[in-house]
Design a protein. Structure first.
Length: 130
């Protein structure tokens, strides 16, 4: 199969257990990269890379959280003024806005726990050594 994306064509080799045409495989490949980009966005921007995906429960938890995160961010994006056509929103900023507006109590509690941990650390540093 030849890939014509640069000035010079590149030859690519594809293995399949079915006899599929090159144009069809190229079209499927383009979809695959969109899906890969979606998963990268979901994992990186929404912090879902921290969830264990080594068990069935971990995978189901990941899918549920991904399924909730994306529509919440999309709804938040609909509330914002329209940007240029054909541009992608900043999903990280949308996730941050959703986190602050939808669940501020959870964020506040997380910050209070972090501050408490910093206080313990600071008091341990300032305590006189015996």
């Amino acid at each position: 199969m030849w890939l014509y994306r640069n000035t010079e064509p590149e030859q690519r080799f594809v293995m399949s257990n079915r006899d599929l045409g090159g144009k069809y495989l190229a079209r499927i490949g383009k979809r695959r990269w969109r899906i890969e980009a979606f998963f990268k966005t979901v994992k990186g921007r929404f912090g879902l890379q921290r969830f264990a995906q080594h068990s069935k429960q971990g995978v189901m938890r990941w899918w549920c959280l991904s399924g909730m995160a994306f529509p919440l961010c999309h709804l938040q994006n609909l509330d914002l003024p329209m940007e240029r056509a054909g541009t992608w929103p900043d999903w990280g900023e949308l996730a941050r806005t959703v986190r602050f507006s939808v669940v501020p109590g959870v964020r506040r509690q997380a910050l209070q726990l972090e501050l408490a941990a910093l206080d313990v650390f600071q008091h341990a540093l300032l305590a006189p050594s015996t």
